[in-house]
Design a binder for this molecule. Sequence first.
Ligand code: MN
Length: 439
Amino acid sequence: MAPVSTLDATHDPKLRSWVDSANLPGCDFPIQNLPLAVFRRKGSGENFRCGAAIGDSVLDLGALDMLSPFGGLGTQALAACAEPSLNRLMALGREAWVALRRGLSQCLREGAPRAMELAAALVPQREVEFTLPARIGNYTDFYASIHHATAVGRLFRPDQPLLPNYKWMPIAYHGRASSIGVSGQEFRRPHGQVMPRGAERPQVAPSARLDFELEVGILIGTGNGLGSPIPIAQAEEHVFGLCLLNDWSARDVQAWEYQPLGPFLAKSFASTISPWVVTLEALAPYRLPWTRPAEDPQPLPYLDCEPLRTRGALDLQLEVALETAAMRAAGAAPQPLARTNFRHSYWAIAQMVAHHTVNGCNLEPGDLFGSGTQSGPTPEQAGSLLELTEGGKRPLRLTGGETRTFLEDGDRVILRGWCERPGCARIGFGEASGTVLAE
Ligand code: MN
């Protein structure tokens, strides 16, 4: 089995598609990307099925399956795509995922013999609606950015910002899967128990410190048996792909409830992911060595291996933007609030997988990990309002004259992500957007 970072003909930056929009500069979905989602025609009542993004269209993999364009393992992989979730494909394993990618790349490249026939399986993206890409059985949220952990720790615990375990293990809590929604999600401002400053008793109130968290979502492909840890050198074999994740957070609820067992109701009211899952194969050209500062503890052996050191990190650019109700009314574009990169993460994906299973915990196809809020080393690279406004003390000034400390009703938050590197195609994640409604 080839390592996940192997490049092949599907990554060739010179490849072009017969779908013209896929060849436009800046397009998130060139033929080198081929992310997967679950969709149907908007308002149609059709069954949801899997699709692959190409340019401004979705290739309907249910319809493609009827044309039997592939042989061998690709056929089996494509048959799994007629389902209303990616779980069956995820369970088939990496060789099937690679066969599907190669088959799609051949079908969609310029000069493909059956292009005319395949064109009938394209649906414009503006005419589709998405559902969650997978049935997510379990959601675990990590805390892998040391810059975020330190900045938040300073606000919640000025005396001890970074707890002693942080540099030894990828910290996480078990999140709530039932309230995860796909991009376009709308939710009411949550109520919760809060302890106002100086008060003697807590009260139940709508959250006044509602925040976003800019995260990378990691979707598990093949699982492991209960009692069988995944060794770090094999960890990425179990990862299907990545998406964008907004882990909405009620900071006032969180501040009062989080000790001693961690976040609970401050997080479980909504989480929003992007519809498109970018496979680990598509991300192979953008891998980077994973490093740890020499003055920090080096990872314990179960969290370290040679492939991690040579290519365990990922050069994935991330951006969060805000569209207020006033901006929307004025037809103004969403305003970017911060930009950072997943390469700054203190812990890598493979380490999250190895640590999660070291006790024998079984992962299952479709399980979701959150990377934790990704903040870079500088203050303007912060992935949450908590950090960008220094705990609400320094309001952000928006272009239309508005200000924000935390989110207001009608605010829409948009996450974006993309990879680019000289000599490689630029590929994007689309977006994950969600809107806060009045309580
Ligand atoms: Mn989070």
